[in-house]
Design a protein around this ligand. Structure first.
Ligand code: GTP
Length: 238
């Protein structure tokens, strides 16, 4: 696949990882009924990665975008930048514009401004960092303050490969997610476990809303079920 190394972002940005709509095809299902409904493939779905500094937002995005992990190669993100990616779900192309934000407190006022237009937010903590987990409630408060009321939120416990350093049990992540009624899974930007799934689930939800949003009688896409059936298990105990 030809890859264009164009970079489209707000200034300042941290790393040159943006590509112009490379495609992945997580679903090979053909003949979906939904495909017959109208969906504008030019629609851009803005998705934002948030969470404390160092939880692995940039790494997760690079793993999703390029399928690779470069250990210790990232300096803290400065400001905000985005990567475009097309995910094919139910034979439709869903364009995600994925914004990688700086986790550091000093950039918070910059990133808040981007929440308003976001259709989805991936909220990350690091399973080896108690403080990053404890801060999730504060992140959710911010999200509820600045983002749209119906924004899709997904909680991700990243660095699931670091079993020996784990301090947050998977159960704790699940409980917190249940409390806020948000889908949850553990991911590893290093091994790639559940990374495609996280973005694909978001793409499916956003596409479903775009296709069926005006039809109140249509059954909703069950993002929780979709994830539960597909997610790979990660170690559960510290
Ligand atoms: N073992 C392991 N290391 C990870 C994983 N994800 C990120 N890291 C490492 O954690 C460190 C921080 O990762 P980043 O992706 O820069 O974190 P960030 O959330 O973007 O940080 P800010 O830009 O400061 O907000 C880097 O050294 C990464 O290599 C993971 O899933 N597993």
């Amino acid at each position: 696949m030809e890859r264009m190394d164009t970079m489209e972002s707000m200034e300042p940005i941290s790393a040159n990882y943006t590509t112009a709509y490379p495609e992945i095809h997580p679903d090979n299902a053909s003949g979906s009924e939904e495909a017959a409904l109208s969906y504008d493939e030019e629609l851009l779905h803005k998705t934002i990665l948030v969470g404390d500094s160092g939880v692995g937002k940039t790494s997760l995005l690079v793993q999703f975008d390029q399928g690779k992990f470069i250990p210790g190669s990232f300096s803290a993100t400065v400001g905000i930048g985005f990567t475009n990616k097309v995910v094919t779900v139910d034979n439709l192309k869903v364009k995600l514009q994925i914004w990688d934000t700086a986790g550091q407190e000093r950039f918070r006022s910059v990133t808040h401004a981007y929440y308003r237009d976001a259709q989805a937010l991936l909220l990350l903590y690091d399973i080896t960092s108690k403080s990053s987990f404890d801060n999730i409630r504060a992140w959710l408060t911010e999200i509820h303050e600045y983002a749209q009321r119906d924004v899709v939120i997904m909680l991700l416990g990243n660095k699931a490969d670091m079993a020996n350093d784990r301090v947050i049990k998977r159960d704790d992540g699940e409980k917190l997610a249940r409390e806020y009624s948000v889908p949850f899974m553990e991911t590893s930007a290093k091994t790639g476990v559940n990374v495609d799934l996280a973005f694909t689930a978001v793409a499916k939800e956003l596409k479903h809303r775009a296709v069926h949003g005006q039809q109140p009688n249509e059954p909703k896409f069950q993002i929780h079920e979709y994830i539960e059936c597909r997610k790979e298990n990660t170690a559960c105990c510290s």
